[in-house]
Design a protein around this ligand. Sequence first.
Ligand code: ATP
Ligand code: MG
Length: 367
Amino acid sequence: MGTKATRILLMEDNPGDARLIREMLVKAEGYDFDITWVTRLSQGLESLSRGDADVVLLDLGLPDSRGLDTFVQAYAHSPSMPFVILTGLADETIALTAVGLGAQDYLVKGDMADGTLLIKSVRYAMERKRVEEALNAERQKLKESQENLRWLASKLITAQEQERQRISRELHDELGQNLCLLKFRVKEIQKELGEGNPALGENCQEVLAQLDQVVESVRRLSYDLSPPELKAVGLSGALQALFRDFRRHNHQDVQILRLDDLDTFLSREDQINIFRIFQESLTNISKHAQATRITVEIKREGNRASLMIADNGKGFSTEQNYTDAERHGIGLASMDERVRMLGGSLTVESKKNKGTKITFEIPLRNA
Ligand SMILES: Nc1ncnc2c1ncn2[C@@H]1O[C@H](COP(=O)(O)OP(=O)(O)OP(=O)(O)O)[C@@H](O)[C@H]1O
Ligand SMILES: [Mg+2]
């Protein structure tokens, strides 16, 4: 025949039932079954350990185990094995429970007039288990690749943060210093030559004013890249400065309902992540929301903190996943990732013309 025999492990303590089942299987035309018969669960488990079976026919009432526990033990031993439960009329409910727990099928012994039902059940059990296992393997692969992606995203955020700090330092120390030096030189020229040449003096004054603007731009750029307040005045201070700055530049009211001090409960990385989340939220509000009022709340409750920022602007449809590449923006997706890095999860609620509310809850250390 060439095809390999299907190895059936029959765990059945009643010799009459066992003989009947064997006969049904042996007589089945067109099938090649290789049957191993054991009467105790312990023998069955040994056989399973040797990898002797493709499918198990399991009677729940064995000398060394009774009822659902028989299946629970066998399934825990070999979770990737297809099991068909054999039961008497009275045990149908237990058999159904076993199916709910992972058995493929059950057969009531008295109902098996000939082998048709039994063989169908054996084949069906094997095929279903094969599909189930393949699906599980795919799910596992998907989970692993999602974990990889998440790992990569958090690495990227950390690397981006380090790069921002480096550029910020460079701008402040290198470019900032050179600009100050330049100002000093222009002032010297103005002093030396400006008196005898009023036009040149005026020009120098203009250059100095332009230089002041450039210095201010560099300062702002450097500040945006790496908020120095975080080091000096901690997260609360940095956030207050951020909201103050936003009011001044956007002429929009930022109402602070509550701003608890979380500094001592968070690492510097965590503080940066929170700062960035509020920074991106405000940027989104000024870019997209056309809001007139913004509300902020940061509450510490025991060893957790809940944080919220809401606007009364035009809102947007959240039906499309914000991690969807179609959206193009990376602001919400990176906010989501930062909240994950903080050990929480982000909720975005938004409705057209009803504003947007962003909330997240995070655990606090040493609280
Ligand atoms: N507060 C808000 N009010 C209205 N719409 C918003 C708000 N926040 C986000 N959106 C909408 O969600 C989209 C995605 O925001 P996200 O921050 O991810 O990207 P972006 O701001 O467009 O670009 P990026 O942040 O990468 O510069 C925005 O394009 C905008 O349509
Ligand atoms: Mg954005």
